[in-house]
Ligand binder design. Structure first.
Ligand SMILES: [Mg+2]
Length: 443
């Protein structure tokens, strides 16, 4: 019997604030970061599971400690028990009564659980010799529903209804896998739209995005209406009438401001407004949606758990949602959210970017296409061409489409040298004086 022998965390930070990459209305100086976790085993093959929470700098101070606090439920457990029943493993972590007090099922502890659950999934898919999307997409409907915690969901989605959704997507799975392998999954890009960029940089990057085959681009908005109107008009002029143009306010507004602002931007044919207001405010999203129809409203990347998604759907508050691979409680809870979205007929347009989020969430979108919603209609995974070189199995986006990952695992594993160089505060990129470099760490 092989055991999980250690849970090791690493504070990995990239100094992205130096170039304003990733700047938006609420996050003017992000240092894209990963609170990174490795589950080690005594398996003779060297089997490990890698996972992380994405933060934007100082969040790592707290997040790495939260991940460490889960070690007592992970270290010393048989590998076979963990990867043989990942539904039970995820529920063990969310049910720890002392840590649950800090949530429940939201915030720093829940994100830490997500990282550890995702690391266990990475381990399971590596053990199976399959990329995660294929590992899950080839499970039976019964195996997939067993992954989901239906607690708090049954007024909107029962286990039987979820089974029905999965069974009705079973015919055609093989055709969709073949199509995914040959054509990939649609992507959209946010690269032209960061708030800190000049108009010239915006125009050049928007033009390049269309030339690269992207059918949707997205701009950050929300700081200054006059500037946003100018940037949206410029982007629409550059990309022409056929490329979709979305905007993202990153939670900047109250309801009245959102409505007034979007009425000004609506004439440029907006594909959706993302995160107009607080991610916790279901009724505000519903009010904004009613007021600015037919402009579609979306949220989700900061949505803390499946219960919030359920309410957004029940209240007709959104036209589409972003899922995030590293915000909720891991693969299991995202499958619950994908099933809820399928039940309510809401499109899923996954959030990515940051560091490693594209690598992770592509697998979830592909699981949705093969085994849950069975469709690509109106769907695209966010893409930002940034920091992928730090991963051993980086995303591959060709002509505006994600290629399906082929390597075993969750594409979560960072290169050892990248972890060493970006360790905070002792790594090479953070230390001007080589004499101050931290001791080499075991990776
Ligand atoms: Mg966003």
């Amino acid at each position: 019997m092989t055991m999980i022998t250690a849970l090791d965390t690493f504070d990995v930070r990239f100094p992205t604030s130096r170039e304003l990459d990733g700047s938006d209305a609420m996050n003017p100086d992000p240092d894209y970061s990963a609170a990174y976790v490795i589950l080690r085993t005594d398996d003779p093959s060297g089997l490990e599971g890698h996972g992380f929470v994405f933060t934007i700098g100082r969040g790592n101070d707290v997040q790495t400690v939260a991940i460490d606090s889960l070690a007592h439920m992970v270290v010393g457990r048989p590998v076979e028990t963990v990867i043989g029943d990942l539904g039970a493993f995820a529920r063990t972590l969310t049910d720890d009564s002392q840590l649950r007090w800090l949530g429940p099922e939201k915030g720093v502890v829940h994100m830490a659980i997500g990282a550890v659950v995702n690391a266990a999934w990475d381990m399971a898919a590596k053990h199976a010799g399959q990329p995660l999307w294929e590992f899950v997409a080839r499970m039976t409907p019964e195996q997939i529903v067993d992954l989901v915690d239906f607690r708090y969901l049954t007024d909107a989605l029962t286990r039987d209804e979820a089974l029905e959704i999965l069974r009705s997507a079973e015919p055609g799975r093989e055709d969709r896998i073949a199509r995914l392998m040959s054509e990939g999954y649609p992507a959209y890009t946010t690269s032209p739209g960061w708030l800190g960029y000049s108009d010239d940089k915006l125009a050049a990057l928007a033009e390049a995005a269309v030339a690269d085959g992207f059918e949707t681009i997205k701009l950050k908005v929300g700081l200054d209406l006059e500037s946003d109107t100018r940037r949206v008009r410029l982007a629409r002029k550059v990309i022409g009438p056929h490329t979709r143009l979305a905007v993202d306010a990153n939670q900047r507004w109250d309801v009245d401001t959102a409505v007034a602002w979007m009425r000004e931007l609506a004439p440029w044919d907006i594909a959706w407004i993302e995160e107009p207001t607080s991610p916790d405010d279901v009724l505000a999203h519903a009010a904004i949606r009613r007021a600015i129809a037919p402009v579609p409203v979306s949220t989700g990347e900061h949505c803390q758990n499946r219960v919030m998604f359920k309410q957004l759907f029940q209240a007709d508050a959104v036209d589409l949602v972003q899922i995030d691979a590293a915000r909720v409680g891991g693969v299991n809870e995202n499958i619950a959210i994908l099933l809820l979205a399928a039940k309510f007929g809401v499109r899923v347009v996954p959030h990515a970017g940051g560091v490693g989020l594209c690598e992770l969430v592509q697998h979830l979108a592909m699981i949705d296409y093969i085994a849950i919603s069975g469709t690509l209609d109106g769907r695209a995974i966010e893409f930002v061409d940034h920091l992928h070189e730090h991963f051993i199995d980086p995303v591959e986006v060709v002509r505006g489409r994600y290629r399906a990952p082929r390597h075993p695992g969750f594409s979560a594993q960072m290169r050892e040298q990248s972890i060493r160089d970006h360790l905070y505060p002792g790594g090479r990129v953070w230390t001007a004086d080589p004499e101050e470099l931290s001791e080499p760490v075991r990776l």
